[in-house]
Design a protein around this ligand. Structure first.
Ligand code: PLP
Length: 433
């Protein structure tokens, strides 16, 4: 598996295959010329101005097969479609792998992983040696939750609005090992950082060891002041885990700047990478103390690759991440963030005018971006999302969580204004009926 000389000569000899797994090949073949033109045309536009320019975004929309789906897809926060080039890359890598997986997948595609690590680190603003590639946010975060040394009585602070998989993982540790898992509950939307930071601070005791935070709350889209909470937690000597499932590839930030110790994300949400791809970031000096979830020759090594010992899995999916990064980087994170926030505000502001409608998400840019919740008096979230689907062919997701009851709507860069008009129109009709 590790024969670099053989690999190099293989690359040289096989031009056709080289283009099949070179991580920037397809994007350049398909989009580079056209996108280069628009990037020159709009180069002096601010991200906020460009967010409203339908000519620019029409070019991006054409890159997605999902933009012509007969059902309007407004649950991109759940899982997002990949652009066509990403789908094609995965299909090519799959075809190649099936010519002989133990050779083409394990020996050839495998060579793309270090380039990919560099590219992911580049977007994360981190050292590549802090990036592990895996299959989803659950795998990334549970690696940390189960990998930390904690003893009976040690306390972990999270919230009832964190993601269920992570809550269950902490509860399993509580049940099995006697750690204490404390959960705060917030009444979102909240537009006051100090209120949130103070809530976390007031839960800390001398036994607290870990703070588990969610960067963007999946239930209603609230963006949390994770950096402020992490800074405060560090003053008390705690370690901070950040669930960034909805932030990486959407919000314009660098992972180390959040000041957490661990960050896990899916890549198949706003990055639009192949479905079944995720990433773990671990601060360099913390790597050696985390036990890997699967196994490693030296489980306490400080090599981030110890978290990638996942057994046989799809390298075509993994290598397809490269094309998703090319697509994303050609737009730019800030432009993508502003466009998607604009789309959210577009439908939510119009919907607010409808009688008996409530929006469950802040309109302030620091507290929300892609995801927002809507409800209609007299209908449960399940009823409302069912009517949207059955009568108007609009797919959303319903949220029923203690104090958050709404239909969650989450557009993406491929969402058209006409799709959102259809949503607003549908909500108006449902409200009148
Ligand atoms: C906040 C949050 N964390 C983690 C996850 C889990 O992501 P995955 O299914 O990729 O493991 C989700 C999924 O929606 C989520 O919303």
């Amino acid at each position: 598996m590790n024969n670099p000389i053989h690999r190099r000569s293989f690359f040289k000899k096989s031009g056709a295959l080289l283009s099949a797994f070179s991580i920037d090949s397809l994007f350049n073949q398909v989009h580079a010329d056209e996108w280069n033109d628009i990037s020159i045309q709009y180069k002096n536009w601010s991200a906020k101005e460009l967010a409203k320019n339908e000519d620019y975004w029409a070019v991006i929309q054409q890159g997605y097969s999902a933009s012509s789906s007969p059902v309007v897809i407004l649950n991109n926060g759940g899982v997002s479609p990949s652009p066509i080039v990403v789908q094609q890359a995965v299909a090519r890598f799959n075809e190649l792998s099936n010519q002989g997986p133990s050779y083409y997948m394990w020996r050839i595609l495998d060579q793309g992983r270090e380039n990919l690590r560099d590219a992911l680190a580049n977007l994360a603003g981190s050292d590549a040696e802090e990036i592990a590639i895996n299959r989803n946010a659950t795998e990334a975060l549970v690696t940390i939750i189960y990998g930390l040394d904690l003893k009976q009585g040690d306390e972990v602070i999270g919230s009832t609005q964190d993601y269920p998989n992570m809550m269950q993982a902490w509860k399993q540790r509580a049940q099995r090992e006697g750690i204490v898992y404390k959960q705060l509950t917030f009444n979102f939307p909240i537009e006051n950082d100090e209120e949130i930071v103070d809530a976390y601070r007031s839960a800390i005791t001398p036994k607290t060891k870990i703070m588990h935070l969610t960067h963007v709350i999946n239930w209603n889209g609230q963006i949390m002041p994770v950096k402020k909470i992490a800074r405060m937690a560090h003053e008390y000597g705690l370690e901070v885990i950040i669930d960034g499932a909805h932030s990486y590839g959407l919000l314009d930030f660098k992972i180390p700047d959040l000041e957490g110790d661990y960050f896990g994300t899916s890549l198949h949400k706003y990055l639009s990478a192949p479905i079944g791809s995720g990433m773990l970031w671990v601060k360099k000096d913390k790597i050696s103390k985390i036990w890997p979830l699967t196994c490693a020759g030296d489980p306490l090594s400080n090599d981030i690759r110890k978290f990638e010992n996942l057994g046989t899995r799809s390298f075509p999916i993994e290598q397809g991440i490269g094309e998703a990064l090319n697509f994303h980087n050609a737009i730019g994170t800030k432009r993508k963030e502003e466009r998607i926030r604009y789309l959210k505000n577009y439908w939510a502001e119009r919907t607010m005018q409808i009688p008996d409608i409530k929006i469950h998400t802040s309109f302030k840019s620091e507290y929300s971006c892609a995801l927002a919740g809507v409800s209609l008096e007299g209908k449960t979230p399940g009823e409302l999302s069912d009517v949207l689907m059955q009568q108007f062919k609009i797919h959303t997701t319903s949220i029923s969580l203690e104090n958050i009851q709404c239909v969650r709507v989450s557009p993406h860069v491929y969402t058209k204004i006409s799709d959102l008009d259809r949503l607003v129109d549908a909500l108006g009709k449902i409200s009148k009926s």
